[in-house]
Design a protein around this ligand. Structure first.
Ligand SMILES: *Cc1c(COP(=O)(O)O)cnc(C)c1O
Length: 387
C-alpha cells in the first residue's frame, strides 16, 4: 500500500533538475568544480575554515576517527542511542566504543556526567550526536574534552543548521560530520561533508579521502599536475558532481525548510496535550534545533509494535530512533554489555516512537496523525481488541 504520510520526504523541484542537468551537459561527473563550490558554500554556512565533500556521513566518520589517530586499544566514548554508523566507524579503525548513557527521558543527548564517568587513560576521543537535531550540552562537553585533552568528533547527521549559543553544530568539535542521505534535512541521495578549523587535520582529510594521493583527476585534467605520489592508506570517499549540484540547491533551501520543520514541531507539541501519557523530549531545550526528528515516548504498557502497525493501516509511517547499538547481535558478541548498563538509553530504546516530520507536511496531515495515535492509545489502554 502507498503511504499517505511518510516518515520523511524530500523537497525537490525544477531548481534541482536544472542544476543536475547542467552537470550532465558539462560532461564532468566526478569530483570537480561543482563539489568545490558546494564545499565553499558549506564551510561558509557552518562557519568553519575547511569542508570536504564525501560519499556519506559514514565515510566522514571513518575519516574523523582515522585522523583522530584511533587504533587498537584506543577507547572512544559515544552514545548507544544513535545510528550504528556512529560507532561502526570507531571499529573500522580498530578502536573500542565505550557507551555513555543519555541525559534522560526529557533529553536524549549524551550526558556530560556519563561521559566523565567513562573516561580512562585509554580514552582518545569523544564522539557525540546531536539527537534529532537538538544540540548537545556543548559547554560541558567542550570543557571535558579540553580538560582531558581528547579529540571531540561531532556526528552532526541530524543537525544541519542547528545552533548552540549562535554557533552552528559541527563547528564545535575538532571535526564535524554531516549526512546528505535521502531522509536527512539536506538530501542528495548519498553524500556527506566533513568539516574542521584545523589546517593540519584538513590536509590529512584531503589526502585520505582520495586514496592517499597527492593530486586528483580534476587537477590533472586542468594540467595542474602530471603524476602523483601516495602518502597514506586512503580510500575512495569522494563526492560526485551530481550530488554536489543537488547539495548547492538544497543548502539554499535549508533555512526555510528548517523553519517549516520548527513550525510543525510547535504544532505537534501543542497537540500532545490530547495524548495523555505521551511525552516528547527536549520540551525545555534552549532552542537552535534543526528539527530532524519528532520523537515521542509512549506510556508504559502500550505495545509499540501494535501502535506502529495500526498507524500504518491508515497510511502513516512511523519509526524507532533508535534500537540501542549495544543491543545489536554483533555488538553483544563483541562487547556483551549487560542489560541495564545504560538504563536511560534502554528505556528510550523500548518506548520511543518517531512521528512523521518533513517541510512539506500539512496541518491536515498532523490532524490525521494525532487523531489516529489518540485512537490507538485509547484502545491500547482500554485493553480492548482493535476493530
Ligand atoms: C544517517 C546517519 C548517519 C549515516 O549517514 P550516511 O550518510 O547514510 O552514511 C550517521 N549518523 C547518524 C546519527 C545518522 O542519522
Amino acid at each position: 500500500m502507498t503511504l499517505k504520510i511518510p516518515l520523511s520526504d524530500v523537497d525537490l523541484d525544477g531548481e534541482e533538475i536544472e542544476a543536475v542537468t547542467r552537470v550532465v551537459q558539462s560532461g564532468w561527473l566526478s569530483m570537480g568544480p561543482v563539489t568545490e563550490a558546494f564545499e565553499e558554500a558549506f564551510a561558509r554556512y557552518v562557519g568553519v575554515r575547511h569542508a570536504f565533500g564525501v560519499s556519506s556521513c559514514t565515510a566522514a566518520l571513518h575519516l574523523a576517527h582515522r585522523i583522530a589517530g584511533i587504533t587498537a586499544g584506543d577507547e572512544v566514548i559515544a552514545p548507544s542511542l544513535t545510528f550504528v554508523a556512529t560507532t561502526n566507524s570507531i571499529l573500522y579503525c580498530g578502536g573500542t566504543p565505550v557507551f555513555a548513557d543519555i541525559c534522560g527521558r526529557d533529553d536524549f543527548n549524551i550526558s556530560p556526567e556519563a561521559i566523565e564517568r567513562q573516561i580512562t587513560d585509554r580514552t582518545k576521543a569523544i564522539t557525540i550526536v546531536h539527537y534529532g537535531g537538538y544540540p548537545c550540552a556543548m559547554d560541558e562537553i567542550l570543557e571535558i574534552a579540553r580538560d582531558r585533552d581528547v579529540m571531540l568528533i561531532e556526528d552532526a547527521a541530524h543537525a544541519i543548521g542547528a545552533e548552540y549559543r549562535g554557533k552552528k553544530c559541527g563547528s564545535f568539535g575538532d571535526v564535524g560530520c554531516f549526512s546528505f542521505f535521502a531522509n536527512k534535512n539536506l538530501a542528495t541521495g548519498e553524500g556527506g561533508m566533513i568539516v574542521t578549523d584545523d589546517d593540519r587535520l584538513a590536509g590529512q582529510i584531503q589526502v585520505l579521502r582520495s586514496h592517499g594521493m597527492t593530486t586528483m583527476t580534476w587537477d590533472r585534467h586542468r594540467g595542474h599536475a602530471f603524476s602523483y605520489d601516495v602518502l597514506d592508506l586512503g580510500y575512495n570517499y569522494r563526492l560526485n558532481e551530481l550530488a554536489a549540484a543537488l547539495g548547492i540547491v538544497q543548502l539554499g533551501k535549508l533555512r526555510r525548510n528548517n523553519e517549516k520543520r520548527a513550525g510543525i514541531v510547535r504544532e505537534y507539541r501543542r497537540r500532545l496535550a490530547e495524548l495523555p501519557g505521551v511525552s516528547s523530549p527536549f520540551e525545555r531545550h534552549s532552542g537552535g534545533s534543526a528539527h530532524h526528528l519528532f520523537p515521542v515516548l509512549l506510556p508504559e504498557g502500550v505495545s509499540r509494535a501494535s501502535v506502529m502497525e495500526r498507524m500504518r493501516e491508515k497510511g502513516i509511517q512511523t519509526s524507532i530512533h533508535y534500537p540501542p547499538i549495544h543491543h545489536f547481535s554483533y555488538y553483544k558478541k563483541m562487547f556483551g554489555l549487560r542489560e541495564g548498563a545504560l538504563p536511560q538509553t534502554e528505556h528510550v530504546g523500548g518506548h520511543e516512537l518517531t512521528l512523521p516530520l518533513y517541510p512539506g507536511m500539512q496541518t491536515g496531515d498532523l490532524d490525521v496523525i494525532i487523531d489516529r495515535l489518540a485512537c490507538c492509545l485509547g484502545e491500547e489502554t482500554a485493553g480492548g481488541t482493535p476493530p
